[in-house]
Every structure is written in C-alpha cells, then in structure tokens.
Design a protein around this ligand. Structure first.
Ligand SMILES: Cc1cc2nc3c(=O)[nH]c(=O)nc-3n(C[C@H](O)[C@H](O)[C@H](O)COP(=O)(O)O)c2cc1C
Length: 376
C-alpha cells in the first residue's frame, strides 16, 4: 500500500505548523482521509488488540489524544484512519480564541512540538451540535476545559459534563494544560477533594453513566502523585490520563524552538510520561484504568506504556511526523509483541513490567546488593 503522506508531508511542512494541522483536519472533514492514509478501507484489527473497559468495546488500544480535533469536526474520519478511540477537545463552555499566534512550534530534529495554544475553542454549542448529528459508532471521548476568564472552574466543568454526557463515551476533566493560568493548581489535593466529588455528582445526576477521567501533568512531585492517586481512588473517578505536555525541557533538545514557552510533546516526553504511568499504576495498585500518552511513535513505545500500566495509549505529535500509516504500524507491531511475549490479550499485558521488574530486582538485589531497575 502506497503511503501518500510521504509525498504530502513536505508540502504540509512548508506551512506553519498550525496551518498544516488545520488543513489536515479540514481534508479529513471533507472526506480526504482515505487519500491521506493511502487506503480506503482499514483491515479489521487483530482480536488480540480488543479490550472491554468501562463497558465500552475498544477494537484496539491506540487512540488519538486531545488537541487535534478540538471542535469535533472530524471524529468519524479520524476513527476510520484506524484509531481505537478518538478524544475531541479541549472544549471550553464559551468560544475563545486562545493565545496569539504563533503558538505551535514543530521541533523537527527532536521529533517534538511545543504548543501554547491556550484552549482555542469554538465552545460547547458547536461541539454539542456536531456530536448530536453523528451516528454513534466507535469510541469518542470529550475533553473538557474552562474558559480563561471564568471566575469558577468548577461551574465550567459542570456545564461541560451536563451538556456533553449524552453524546460522549467518556469524559475528561483537563486540569493539566500548562497554557491556562492557574489551571494546573487544580491538581493540588485540596482542590481535587473539592472538585471531583462535585463533578462526579453532576455526572451521576445525568441519566448517562459516562465514565469521568482526569488528565494530569507530567510535572508533578512525588507527593502530588501520591495525593492524586489517593483522591482518585477515594472519590471513585473512573480513570486517569497520563499525561499532558511538559513545561520542562529535557537536556539534549536540538531545535531552535526548544526555548519557546509552552508544553513540550513528542519523543522527548516519552520517558517522563511513561515513568509517571508506572508510578500511578503502582500508587493506585492497578485498580484504576490508565490511558498512557506522551511520545508514542512506535509499537515498542505503545507496548512500554501498556507494560508500565496503561490499558490504552494515545498519541498526537508523532502523527504529524509519520502520517496516518503510523497507526497501522503500531497496531501490527503491538499484536506481534503481545504474541511474542505469550499474552493472549492486551489486558493481560497491562502492568506486566512491574511483575518482571520485581522478579528482576530481587535477582538484582541478590547479585548486586540493590539498585533501581529500569522498566523500559
Ligand atoms: C498542538 C497540541 C494541542 C494540544 N491540545 C490539547 C488540548 O486541548 N487538551 C489536552 O488535554 N491536551 C492537549 N494536547 C496534549 C496532547 O493531548 C498529549 O497529551 C500530548 O501532546 C502528549 O502526547 P504526544 O507526545 O503523543 O503528542 C495538545 C498537544 C498538542 C501538540
């Protein structure tokens, strides 16, 4: 199968990154997804990739992360590209334009991006209208945010839940974007203890039992991670998305855009976000479904997130570099890795690095007297 994206990419990369993203999404919206993907019908996913979670059937565990289709313009075309699920948003209650441009930078040498979009959003009215028009098929998550000028974050999330619960398969409370002042402070224990019960109450008051997830940042201290795990378990939130972009700049970035303000995504985020998946899996004793996101660009990386404790993975930045053929490559490779390691299904592999690491560390301790074992 010819991968047409190889030919389209040089043209897209001549545009500003934000224009390239907009053009690609419009192409999908107007039915050119098959052309971009280089095929018109996706082969069915291998049964080993299937998973049932929150009462939802995922044909495969590879999803599209929030930020690509903020206004639900092309969720079904994105699903047809082969994703097992698509998360739209972040959507804010009222329309807002976000930060001044330029606000998205591609770090080609680092396979990364930095964005400070600042929740540019068409608002809930448009999103709800578009979601209401679609025929429900495939798993769609809706990622919810707050308006920059809102006095109360809680009310904004409440409105988002109330209005999108009828049309979403799962909902995400995004308190981890680095580009809305004060948003990440909501990750503090006291804020979460106040916020989450209220939001779960609103969710419960709708007649839809839509799963409610929390998306967290990769820049948390160990104490903050422990707090989030405890509050997540006690409040009964349905899962965690780990993680959003990082405000840190890992050493070794080569691009001239590395010092731009905003959240870093892509390859350089992989290690920290995967470590955080492992930490949250351990802190929640594997009781809470996790979606692992950050730097996934290959089957090995998707598999590492799953072995660290993620039930599902998401990606975004790698899609700009690799194009839609990446999705199939990851799924095929992931199925092969699962078979190679003797797993009958994705769910069996979730968190498996912990078991082998503790066996490994027992060995390591007996031979070397201790030390940290790398999980991936
Ligand atoms: C341009 C851009 C916009 C994004 N917008 C959002 C957003 O609106 N809401 C959100 O929760 N995450 C957003 N993200 C973060 C992604 O969902 C994801 O958590 C992050 O990019 C790490 O995954 P990746 O390395 O595969 O890109 C955005 C990322 C990028 C690159």
């Amino acid at each position: 199968m010819v991968d047409l994206y190889r030919f389209i990419r040089p043209l897209l990369f001549r545009l500003s990154p934000e224009t390239a993203a907009t053009v690609s999404l419009r192409a999908l919206q107007y039915g050119l997804g098959g052309l971009l993907a280089g095929r018109y019908a996706q082969p069915p996913d291998a049964p080993i990739l299937q998973q049932r979670l929150w009462g939802l059937d995922f044909a495969n565990p590879v999803g599209l992360a929030a930020g690509c289709d903020k206004n639900a313009r092309a969720p079904d075309a994105l699903l047809r590209m082969g994703f097992g699920f698509v998360e739209i948003g972040t959507v804010t209650p009222r329309p807002q334009s976000g930060n001044p441009k330029p606000r998205l930078f591609r770090l080609d040498e680092d396979r990364a991006a930095i964005n400070r979009m600042g929740f540019n959003s068409g608002g809930l009215d448009g999103v709800v209208a578009r979601l209401a028009r679609r025929r429900r098929a495939g798993v769609i998550g809706v990622n919810l945010g707050k308006n920059r000028d809102s006095a109360g974050a809680t009310e904004d999330y409440e409105e988002g839940i109330r209005r999108t619960a009828p049309f979403a398969d799962y909902l995400v409370v995004n308190i981890s974007s680095p580009n809305t002042p004060g948003l990440r402070d909501l990750q503090a224990r006291a804020s979460l203890e106040a916020l989450l019960p209220r939001l779960l109450g609103i969710r419960n008051s709708t007649k839809y039992a839509t799963p409610l997830l929390l998306k967290i940042a990769p820049d948390l201290t160990s104490a903050e991670c422990r707090d989030i795990a405890e509050v997540a378990l006690t409040t009964g939130i349905d899962g965690l998305i780990v993680s959003n972009t990082t405000i840190t700049r890992p050493p070794g970035l080569r691009s001239r855009y590395a010092t731009e303000t905003g959240g870093l995504s892509g390859q350089p985020l992989f290690s920290a976000s995967t470590t955080l998946v492992a930490d949250m899996y351990r802190l929640t004793q594997g009781k809470l479904p996790l979606i692992g996101v950050g730097g996934v660009g290959s089957a090995d990386e998707a598999y590492a997130k799953i072995r660290a404790g993620a039930n599902l993975v998401q990606l975004y930045t790698a899609l700009a570099f690799e194009g839609p053929a990446l999705i199939d490559r990851i799924k095929t490779g992931l199925a092969e890795l699962l078979v190679r390691d003797g797993f009958a299904s994705v769910s069996e592999a979730v968190g498996s690095a912990h078991a082998s690491a503790s066996a490994g560390s027992a060995e390591a301790r007996s031979s070397t007297g201790g030390g940290r074992v790398r999980l991936w």
